[in-house]
Design a protein around this ligand. Structure first.
Ligand code: UDP
Length: 254
């Protein structure tokens, strides 16, 4: 499939125009960043694994009725998605205290939360994605109260579905980050769909028995065996045939 012009290069992905109008090609890089770009590195094969893992999870979510931007995977590192207008809010769903929330509220990492907690952060690299309240989101017009209700309901459904899925393969879904976007139909009606990616780059995944980390915290905290952890997630999801392992070093785009 022909790649159009480069639209945007992010930390882990490059977006190109797709051949059909209203489509985008997401190219998954091996680059990894953490702590708001202060730490940079590469995780060999990460792009291939995240492309495949995100495809799998988005497809399963669509099967249970969550609308997403996903159209199809094109090759090892690229997937075709619908072009959306990204809502500048990162939705974080937490089941277990970890990371910034554990630090901010002084809760030991690993504490089971009394119920799932949804947080909103304003998407801004410059500001380090600050935590915001619904008040900020509606006052500054980033999303309407109805949009927030829809996004929150969808995020909790995603959490229920993915928590069950991961529990079934011996993994605890500690927390994750979602992004949503707007699409417009031929009558100009707006619909909100799940966008971006769902992968060990934006989920915390702990082995149910050993609590070993199987996500980007291995990179953030220099725990080693990062690519092995991502591979293990793919293997448990049943989407890692041996053959695919050999091609993880696909060339980067120009
Ligand atoms: N997260 C993310 N992108 C961000 C910030 C967070 O994907 O810019 C994910 C992160 O991987 C984790 C969850 O959101 O699964 C909660 O992250 P947290 O707020 O604890 O921040 P961190 O400790 O990663 O700085």
């Amino acid at each position: 499939m022909a790649r159009g012009r480069k639209l945007y290069e992010g930390k882990a992905k490059i977006l190109f125009a797709g051949s059909e109008p209203g489509t985008i090609i997401q190219y998954f890089k091996d680059d990894a960043t953490a702590f708001n770009n202060e730490k940079k590195g590469t995780i060999t094969g990460k792009g291939v694994l995240n492309n495949r893992i995100s495809e799998h999870l988005m497809q399963l979510l669509m099967e249970v009725g969550i609308p997403t931007h996903f159209i199809k995977r094109i090759n090892m590192r690229e997937q075709l998605v619908r072009e959306v207008e990204i809502i500048p809010i990162e939705i974080i769903v937490r089941n277990v205290a970890a990371g910034s929330m554990a630090k901010r509220l002084g809760i030991p990492e690993g504490t089971l939360l009394p119920r799932s907690i949804v947080e909103y952060c304003y998407k801004s690299d410059e500001l380090g994605d600050p935590l915001v309240a619904e008040e900020h989101i509606t006052a500054f017009g980033w999303a309407s109260p109805q949009d927030i209700d829809d996004i929150t309901a969808m995020s909790l459904r995603v959490n229920d579905f993915l928590s069950g899925l991961f529990t079934g393969i011996g993994i605890k879904l500690v927390d994750f980050k979602l992004e949503f976007g707007r699409v417009y139909d031929e009558h100009g009606e707006m619909r909100i769909v799940l966008a971006d990616e769902i992968s060990p780059d934006n989920c915390r995944l702990w082995d149910s028995v050993t609590a070993e980390k199987m996500d980007k915290d291995r990179f953030r905290r220099d725990l080693g065996s990062v690519e092995e952890a991502y591979q293990e997630v793919a293997r448990r999801l049943g989407i890692l045939p041996e053959a695919e392992l050999k091609e993880v070093d696909a060339p980067a785009p120009e």
